[in-house]
Design a protein around this ligand. Structure first.
Ligand code: 13P
Length: 256
């Protein structure tokens, strides 16, 4: 069986002190073991080292919110996957809808980043998901399929051992509108079947598929109870230790 995973995406929030304190509280109060639910937090770049120092040796892993495909070079303002590994990251989020929207990231850019992250041994959380008009227009599956094939082109199943998919419907992010468990399950199951056709049954069964979009302590359990929902990528509700830890507990409860 797949071990569920709950990842906090802190986006562009918190001060350095607040980030350290939040990480410390999550580490100290986490009461679910890593073999029940994996837990990671993704602070803004400038705080990665400080948060790593707080988390080191504990059960909560560190992740980053993006990374460039080149190992180094003249890329002002960017951060490479090697640098993320160097400061202790185990995860990297790639292709978040906010980067697709505000940084004009294309599926080709995202594909290069996915390969670079996996190549550096990072667990890559690839985000996919449709906008509201795309859902209303009945093209959710086309969009998700385009995003998956664009980002994973040329990768073999073996190379993707460390790949995680996050299904984040754009209309559910930061809006308080969550996809119903049944709606999310439909897309998760579609993603798993797509992977099965590409890489076979074994690889598809192992694939962790997270749901993201207004996940809260009170909706995590019913989402996690769905067969193909293996945890969550949490934005707003990951900025408080109590609520985030409750989401971790509910992810565990939903799988029992
Ligand atoms: P919210 O949980 O704030 O809706 O954000 C979801 C998200 O974008 C996580 O990456």
């Amino acid at each position: 069986m797949r071990t569920p995973l709950v990842v906090g995406n802190w986006k562009m929030h918190l001060s350095r002190d607040e980030a350290g304190a939040l990480a410390g509280e999550i580490r100290n109060k986490l009461d679910i073991s890593p073999d029940q639910v994996g837990v990671a937090v993704c602070p803004p770049f400038p705080y990665l080292s400080a948060v790593h120092a707080v988390l080191a040796g504990g059960p909560v892993a560190l992740g980053a919110q993006d990374g460039h495909w080149a190992p180094q070079g003249a890329y002002t303002g960017w951060v490479s996957m090697q640098m993320l590994v160097d400061v202790g990251c185990r995860y990297v989020i790639i292709g978040h809808s906010e980067r697709r929207q505000f940084a004009q990231e294309t599926d080709t850019d995202i594909g290069k980043k996915v390969k670079a992250g996996l190549g550096q041994g990072l667990a890559v959380i690839l985000c996919v998901g449709e906008t509201g008009p795309e859902r209303d227009g009945g093209i959710t599956y086309d969009v998700v399929m385009r995003q998956l094939s664009g980002a994973l082109e040329g990768l073999s199943g073996a190379e993707c051992d460390n790949l995680i998919i996050a299904y984040e419907p754009v209309w559910a992010i930061g809006t308080g509108k969550t996809a119903t468990p049944a709606m999310a399950q439909e897309v998760h199951s579609f993603i798993r079947s797509w992977m099965e056709k590409r890489w076979g049954f074994g690889a598809a069964q192992k694939l962790i598929i997270l749901y993201g979009g207004s996940v809260k302590p009170d909706n995590m359990r019913t989402l996690a109870a769905m067969h193909d929902i293996d945890g969550a990528l949490v934005g707003g509700a990951s900025l408080g230790a109590q609520g985030f830890l409750e989401i971790v507990r509910q992810a565990d409860a939903g799988k029992r």
